[in-house]
Design a protein around this ligand. Structure first.
Ligand SMILES: [Zn+2]
Ligand SMILES: [Zn+2]
Length: 211
């Protein structure tokens, strides 16, 4: 199954327990190692799991991920467009593709520290093109956290650049303070309006197993 069909096959009820497409390891600013997260995913019997570190594919490059059906290679790029920071997720990419390597972090700092990441942000078109050249699909991450008043227009412009999907299922409550303008309902409406694939994940930076 190709990546588009695979993600489209995930049902709303599978997020976040059986499907979690947004997780960080210590290859960027998460706490657990890549292999610890994979072990947890196995234990929790997750069906679709994507570790999406900031601006790096180092976790995927150093792991025999092909041996695990539930894993989907992923990355999350820092981008900047029209005065706003945004994150673009890539799914189903080939971690060894040279085109995507070109826009990945050149140092560890660019994966871990907010301030460095801010200054190294890329244009979303650049991220979308690189994701496509490596065989993946590009997804607008947590649009609820974007400081744009006209999210509709903003999303349309990303769609015109080649955007494939939008992250609808996300723990919005955690960001309650800054997302007054956009609700899950709004984002879902944008997905329908612009025919974008719906994705979701918890953006976990710690353990997947909660005590
Ligand atoms: Zn993000
Ligand atoms: Zn994230």
């Amino acid at each position: 199954m190709n990546i588009k069909d695979r993600i489209k096959s995930i049902k709303k009820s599978q997020y976040f327990k059986q499907a979690n497409l947004h997780i960080h390891s210590n290859c960027s600013d998460g706490k657990l190692s890549f292999s610890e997260l994979v072990e947890q995913g196995k234990k929790l019997n997750i069906k679709h799991m994507a570790i999406s570190d900031h601006n790096t594919l180092s976790g995927w490059k150093n792991f025999e991920w092909q041996e695990y059906d539930f894993l989907i290679p992923a990355v999350e790029f820092d981008c900047f467009y029209k005065g706003t920071l945004l994150h673009i997720l890539g799914y189903g990419i080939d971690p060894n593709n040279p085109e995507i390597e070109k826009i990945c972090a050149k140092s560890e700092k660019e994966t871990k520290y907010d301030i460095v990441r801010l200054f190294k942000s890329r244009h979303p078109k650049k991220a979308i093109d690189a994701i496509h050249s490596s065989g993946g699909i590009a997804v607008f991450a947590h649009p609820c956290c974007c400081w744009v008043l006209n999210l509709d227009k903003y999303t349309k412009e990303l769609k015109d650049m080649g955007l494939d999907g939008i992250e609808v299922y996300y723990p919005y409550k955690r960001h309650r303070g800054i997302i007054k303008f956009h609700s899950r309902h709004n984002i879902k409406a944008l997905a329908d309006k612009y025919d974008l694939i719906i994705t979701g994940g918890t953006d976990e930076h710690g353990s997947l197993i909660k005590q």
